[in-house]
Structure formats: C-alpha cells, structure tokens
Design a protein around this ligand. Sequence first.
Ligand code: SF4
Length: 252
Amino acid sequence: MSDTVSMLKPAASNPATKPSLTDALVTSVNAKTAQVLALLKNAVVELKTLTFANSFGAEDMVLTDIILKNQLAIEIFSLDTGRLPTETYDLIAEVEKYYNTKLNVFFPQAQTVEFYVKTKGINAFYESIDLRKECCYMRKVEPLQRALKGKSAWITGMRTAQATTRASLPVREFDEGNKLEKFNPLSDWTEQEVWAYIRMFNVPYNALHDQFYPSIGCAPCTRAIAVGEDIRAGRWWWEDPQNKECGLHVKN
Ligand code: SF4
C-alpha cells in the first residue's frame, strides 16, 4: 500500500482549493448559502432535534460555519475512529478555538476494537472487503447509531458529484437504515463552490486538502490523488468504486 501512496503523492499545492473568486462564482455561492440557511431554519422549526455529522471535510466545514455563525439550534457531532490523520486532529483543535466551542466527539467501543485488533490484526482492513467493512462498522457505524439516537433528523455534507455511489442524492430523504430524516443541503454544490465559500468566509479547513486529498477519512485508508483522478479515488483505493462507502450512508 505505501508504495502506491508515495508514487501518487504530488508535491505541488492543490489549485482546486483556491478557486478564482469571480463575480459569477461569488453570486452563486451567496445564493446557495441563503438556500441552505433557509432549509436548515425550516428543518429546525419542523423537526426540532437535528444533529449534524461533521467529519471535517471541506463540505462539512461549510456547514459548520453556517450552523455556528447563525447560531442554529442544531447539534454538531463528530466520530473519532482512532485512526484519523494528524491534520484532522489539528483541525478539531483549530475549530474549537476559532468558533469558541467544544465539539461532541463519539468514539468506538474500546472492547470491540481490542477484540478486532487481537483476533484479526491492527491493519486487517487491507485484507478483504469484509474485514474493511467490519472495521468501518465498529469505528464509524456503531458510534454513528449512538450519535443519532433520539434525533428526528441528521445532516450531512455529501454532494452528488463526490462519487458514483452518490449519483442521486436528494437534499432531503428518509434514512431507512437509521429511521430518521436526513438532509444533504450541499447536494448540488460543486467543488468550486465549496472552496469559494471557504475562501470568502475564511473558514478553517484540513491542511491535507492542499496536498491533493479532496476526500479525507482515516489515515491508513486515505491517499492523495493524482491529477485527473476521481475525487474519491484516494479512499480505499484498492477497492472497486461501487463498494467505496463506509456504511454511514448506505441505503437499505
Ligand atoms: S476507514 Fe479504514 S481505518 Fe477507518 S474505520 Fe474504515 S477500514 Fe477502519
């Protein structure tokens, strides 16, 4: 695995994170931001107990900024899998300082992780899709289920253009697996609009994005992408694109 990573890791700074702020782009971002804000405000009135799953990707930082700056009555939680990159932990600390807030972080069950590591190995997720999914389940899905308990709706930063597995992504849907409403307010945003928002409003973001990591998950399962590669190509890069979800957003 490590040979593939170092071979593909580009040296230059990623231009996608610094779009040119043309009038058209700024107008589009402002209009879409107003739509997101209206959507979230209406959702709070209708559904009361909303929670936002912040995984600290660029999209999630846009939503974090919108929620916190507008003091929306929406909880924010994050999942610490125990295998996150250093840069993500740095961002968590930066976000808490920048917004003067304390983040609500959920961890996997220690005993389950200990058993997996003892019986299958510390990096067993490279060995098969089943072992990878088992790791994602114990480190992400089970803590997510605890985070969603008692909520009427959750919010994600997913976009249609991120992956083939997200090709039809409504702004609002019913999450059959978790039995609650789910909002994807940035569904129709382009990558350029996400980065324009971050630059326009000086939002903190993960330093790995500047090093060609458009999608960031756990450190051992994320690599930089090469020019022209799909933006999710760096996630579980050894697997078929149709399988590349961690189980957090799988439909029943
Ligand atoms: S992304 Fe990798 S390390 Fe993280 S939970 Fe999934 S398999 Fe485990």
